[in-house]
Design a protein. Structure first.
Length: 218
């Protein structure tokens, strides 16, 4: 389940989007103003942030800039009634990954959010896995209970390949090529999946019988 922060002062629109996003499988927090959005954005981890421009307290692009200045790299989509090209350029230059004008089509919004999440996961150094966060560069998993688990290079390669495409099922041959190069024994994949489950829990990597493996459900 992807965590989403919605910063929107229009209560009717916020309630509508909250319901739609929850139905799509998002875990949603709603902030009615920029100050609350700043607090949530700095104290909680999100996979994507959707924010309005015309916010009370802290204006939308100001909020975006403050979050970026504090090191928040979460992809952000700006919603705004100001939709001319200059406004869109201003929003993107401020650090937003996407900009959608009001009124908007709900299906387009959902598609853009899926695209943001997909691109973010494909290039992120830290990704979510069942039960924690995986820092690929550091080869460490921070579990939700506070424990930090170190992984070997091969364990990291296997888990990273699964985590960057969390809904995809990979064959043993695909994982063998990704993590072990020219090796030919697919049993290596089974061995390292066993190591990962032993360190991180059995639900970290799921077996899809007759096909291969996929990341456990988030």
């Amino acid at each position: 389940m992807s965590r989403l922060l919605l910063v929107e002062d229009d209560r009717e629109l916020a309630a509508l989007l909250d319901g739609l996003l929850v139905d799509e499988g998002y875990d949603v927090d709603v902030a009615p103003d920029g100050q609350r959005g700043l607090h949530l954005g700095l104290t909680r981890a999100y996979d994507v942030i959707v924010l309005d421009r015309g916010l009370p307290g802290i204006e939308g692009l100001d909020l975006l800039g403050r979050l970026r200045s504090k090191g928040v790299v979460t992809p952000m989509l700006v919603l705004s009634a100001r939709g001319n090209p200059a406004d869109r350029v201003e929003g993107l230059d401020a650090g937003a990954e996407d900009y959608l004008s009001k009124p908007f089509d709900v299906d387009e919004l959902l598609a853009r959010l899926r695209g943001l999440l997909r691109r973010h996961v494909e290039h992120a150094d830290v990704v979510r896995i069942p039960g924690g966060s995986f820092d690929i560069a550091a080869r460490e998993v921070g579990l939700d209970d506070g424990e930090v688990v170190s992984l070997s290079t091969r364990e990291t390669d296997v888990l990273a390949h699964l985590a960057r495409s969390p809904r995809r099922v990979f064959s043993r041959d695909e994982l063998l090529e990704a993590a072990f190069g020219d090796a030919e024994d697919t049993g290596l994949v089974d061995t390292y999946v066993h190591y990962l489950r032993r360190k991180l829990g059995r639900e970290t990597v799921l077996t899809v019988r007759g096909v291969g493996y996929r990341l456990g459900r988030l």
